[in-house]
Every structure is written in C-alpha cells, then in structure tokens.
Write a protein that binds this ligand. Sequence first.
Ligand code: NAD
Length: 295
Amino acid sequence: MAELGFIGLGIMGKPMAGHLVAAGHTVHVYDVRPEPVKELSTRGARPCRSCKEVGQKSNIIFIMVPDTPDVEAVLFGPDGLAEGLRSGSIVVDMSSISPIATKEFAKKLTAMGVKMLDAPVSGGQVGAENATLSIMVGGPVEVFNEVKPYFERMGKNIVHIGGHGDGQTCKVANQIVVALTIEAVAEALLFASKAGADPVKVRAALLGGFAQSRILELHGERMIHRKFDPGFRIRLHQKDLNLALQAARSLGLSLPNTATAQELFNAVAAQGSSDLDHSAMVLALEKLANHTIKG
Ligand code: NAD
C-alpha cells in the first residue's frame, strides 16, 4: 500500500486528509499551523515537522494550500518537498492555482524523476466533508489511473481533462461560472426584497424551476440568513478571477462579466471583509441599492 502525504490542512485539506486516514491509509501530514496536524494525529495521521519530511516518508503526496506562491514554497522553498522527494514519487496538487505556473512546476519535478498531477476541486467545504468533490485532473493518464482510487475517497465526479495545467484551466472556468451565478442570485434576491416580496419564499419557488442551482440553494440561503462565515473566502475567489482575467488578457479574450464580479469582490474586500464567504458579494450590491435583503 502506498505511503500517503498531505500538506495543507485548512477548510478543505483537513476533511480530505481525514477521509484518507479513515479509509485506513498511512497519511503523513504537515501544515504551518500546528492545530490541524495535532487534530488529525489523534485520528491516526502521522505528524511531520516540514514538507521535506512528508516527501521523505511518502510516495504519493497531496497538496491543498491557498495560492501559487504557497505551492511554490511547499515544493521548492527551504525544507520543501523537493528536498525530500524520492524518484518515482507522485505529487498531486489539489490547490487552485495558475495553470501556467503548474506547467513549470511539472517540468521541474519531471526533471527530478517525480511525477505530477494538478487536481483542483469544486464542491466547497460541504463537498470536502462529505467526500463528494468534483475533481478535475491534468497530467499523464497513467499517473491519473494510479491516483484515482485515492481521489475516489475524496470525491465523486473525477474527470481526467488533459495534460499538465488542464485541470487548473478547468477550475478557472468553474470559478467564472460560480462568481457570475453568485452575482445573479444576489441581484435576484435583492430585487425581490426591495420590491417587497419575501426572499425566503422567492428562493423556495425558484429552487423548483429553471433558475435552480446549488448556488441559489446554498449561497442564496447564506444571503438571506446573513451567514457569511467561510466557506470559501472572498480573497481566494479574487485570486481565481485574477487567474481568469490574466489568462483572458494573454489570450486576447474579453470576459466582461467576470471583470464586474471581480470588482464587486474588490468592493467588499475594500471594507476589510476579504475573509468572509464569497456569498458576501451581495454586500457590495446592497450598498449600491441602499437596501439590505430582509429574510
Ligand atoms: P485555507 O486557508 O482554509 O487552508 C489552507 C491551509 O494551507 C492552511 O491550513 C494553511 O496554514 C496551509 N498552508 C499555507 N501555506 C502552507 C505551507 N507553505 N506549508 C504548509 N501548509 C501551508 O484554504 P482552503 O479554503 O482549504 O483552500 C485551499 C485551496 O483549495 C485553495 O487553492 C482554494 O482556492 C481551493 N478551494 C477551496 C474551496 C473552499 O470552499 N474553501 C473550494 C474549492 C477549492
């Protein structure tokens, strides 16, 4: 049986690593914060003091950290994975980061005899906790087949998209849909509330029709009940839309509504709220409307 490693035990990584531990695998874990390492250790995970130590002890290592520079630090920083990895090991980056940087990381690891997959996820905290994530994978198909049984412990809809970076490109596309749908749900509930209709009932009615979506269900409820604890932090969605807008610029592509959604996130962040859940985009629209949704 493979010795597994898991680096980055936050909102997503902790429950994902927890499923691998619960399935009986040996999982070597590390996070810069000691608390989640301690917590998972009480459930059977093996605590490590650095990424390097995880690399030395494991042959399939999962990474789930916030952003591109964090993945770079985990891989190539001081006491990083690259210092401990053995030839033939597999690195699986499940963070949502730049597709371009991902290709560079894969090149460097390949030169060391290490295989890599990019495997970002969708489904949020609930999907991570219930092991129902959608996992979009880039990298060689034979490596994908080797790691698939472990993906199946964390997710349900597991799709091999293509070569290195293609999983990340798919995730950027996902984040465009999610941001624009949050905006649509926020505008619709704000409109209904300002017009004097009960947003609770409006949401219930829309959930049975063509406007139905998981975002109307989960984030619509958050907007009505003012539950903006994360979840998925605004700062992380800003990072993803930056990736979309930068890539669009280099592709000569116009994404006007992605740009608007990013500006609305920027407006909420300017109020010091970038650690709220991304459903809090509604706060920017409420300011423009001088109206708060009343549930
Ligand atoms: P988080 O901030 O809750 O967790 C990140 C963890 O990484 C933290 O525990 C942090 O201490 C750790 N970390 C950071 N740098 C590290 C380093 N150098 N070495 C070791 N550990 C390090 O973030 P999250 O919400 O779990 O998101 C993680 C990734 O998953 C992000 O790329 C995000 O975009 C993506 N994602 C999040 C969600 C969600 O709903 N939260 C959904 C899908 C995808």
